[in-house]
Design a binder for this molecule. Structure first.
Ligand code: NAP
Ligand code: GCO
Length: 264
C-alpha cells in the first residue's frame, strides 16, 4: 500500500560500487538522505579513504571497502564483510565503470575486454553475490547504472556501448528470473553528466560539448544531483511493481532529434 513512508529507506543497507566520487557518490548520498545505511567499495585504499572523507563531510557515516568488482572472490568476501558490519544488503547499485574512447579499428582486444569486464562482468558478479541473501529474505533491489550507450552508438566507444547494451539485457534477465522472490532489478540510464569521466568532453574547445547541448532539450549537462531522486524511487517500496525497466535520466536526449545546426 502506498503511504508517505513508501520512499523511506530507513534501516536498509545499500551497497554502491565504485562510489568514492562521481555518480556513485551522489546516488549513495541520495539514498542516505532517505535513511539508508551506505556501504561502498572502490579499487584501492586511497580512493576509499577519499570517499570516506567526502561522506563524512556530507554528514554520512558510510562504510568503505577496497574491492575490484571484476574479482568474484573479493566481491563474495565483501558481501560477507558488509553483512557482518551492517547487516544483509537490501539495495545494490552497480555503478562502478570505466570507458575507453578509442576508434574500434585501433582498439585492442585487451582494451575491449577490460571495459566489458568492469562494466558488464562486474555487475553480474556483484548481483550474483547478493542474490542468495535477497532470495532467502524474499526482498531486494538491484539497480544497474546503464547509459545512453545502452540504446545508442557513437564513434570510439565500441566496448562501452557493447557493455552497457549488455547491462540493459542483464537488468531485464535478473528481473525475469528473480521477480518471483520479490526482487526488483532496474536500470538508471544517465544522459551526459558532469563527472570526472566526462570531463575530457566538457572542455570549452571540445566540439562534443556543443553537440550534447544541441541534443539535450534541457540545454545543459546533467548534474549528479539529478540522479538522486530516480535512485531513491527505484530503491524504495514505491517501485515494488517496477521491474526490468531502464529509467533514462537524460534531460530528454533520447526523445529529441536535436536542434537544427543552423540555429546553434
Ligand atoms: P567515474 O567518475 O569514472 O567513477 C567511476 C568509479 O568506479 C570510480 O571511483 C572508479 O575508480 C570506480 N571503478 C572503476 N573500475 C572499478 C573496479 N574494477 N572496481 C571497483 N571500482 C571501480 O564515473 P562516473 O561518471 O561517476 O560514472 C559512474 C557510472 O555511471 C559508470 O558505470 C558510468 O559508465 C555510468 N555513466 C556515466 C555517465 C556520465 O555522463 N558520467 C553517463 C551514463 C552512465 P577509479 O577512480 O580507480 O577509476
Ligand atoms: C561518451 C560519454 C558517455 C557518457 C554516458 C552517456 O564518451 O559518450 O562518456 O558514454 O559517459 O555513458 O550516457
Amino acid at each position: 500500500m502506498f503511504t508517505e513512508k513508501s520512499f523511506d529507506l530507513t534501516g536498509k543497507v545499500a551497497w554502491v560500487t565504485g562510489a568514492s566520487y562521481g555518480i556513485g557518490f551522489a546516488i549513495a548520498s541520495g539514498l542516505a538522505k532517505y535513511g539508508a545505511k551506505i556501504a561502498f567499495n572502490d579499487i584501492n585504499q586511497d580512493l576509499v579513504d577519499k570517499g570516506l572523507a567526502a561522506y563524512k563531510d556530507a554528514g554520512i557515516n558510510a562504510n568503505g571497502y577496497v574491492g575490484d568488482v571484476t574479482n568474484e572472490n573479493q566481491m563474495d568476501e565483501l558481501v560477507g564483510k558488509i553483512e557482518a558490519d551492517m547487516g544483509p544488503v537490501d539495495i545494490l547499485v552497480n555503478n562502478a565503470g570505466i570507458i575507453k574512447r578509442i576508434p574500434m579499428h585501433e582498439m585492442s582486444a585487451a582494451d575491449f575486454r577490460q571495459v566489458i569486464d568492469i562494466d558488464l562482468n562486474g555487475p553480474f558478479i556483484c548481483a550474483k553475490a547478493v542474490l542468495p541473501s535477497m532470495m532467502k529474505r524474499n526482498q531486494g533491489k538491484i539497480i544497474n547504472i546503464c547509459s545512453m550507450m545502452s540504446e545508442l552508438g557513437r564513434e570510439t566507444v565500441a566496448g562501452y556501448a557493447a557493455a552497457k547494451g549488455g547491462l540493459k539485457m542483464l537488468t531485464r534477465n535478473i528481473a525475469s528470473e528473480y521477480g518471483k522472490y520479490n526482487i526488483q532489478c532496474n536500470g538508471i540510464g544517465p544522459g551526459y553528466i558532469e563527472t570526472p569521466q566526462t570531463a575530457p568532453l566538457r572542455t570549452p574547445e571540445h566540439p562534443f560539448n556543443k553537440f550534447i547541448l544541441s541534443k539535450t532539450p534541457a540545454e545543459r549537462w546533467g548534474l549528479t544531483d539529478d540522479l538522486m531522486g530516480p535512485a531513491v524511487f527505484l530503491s524504495s517500496s514505491a517501485s515494488d511493481f517496477v521491474n526490468g525497466h531502464v529509467l533514462y535520466v537524460d534531460g530528454g536526449i533520447l526523445a529529441y532529434i536535436g536542434k537544427n545546426p543552423m540555429e546553434l
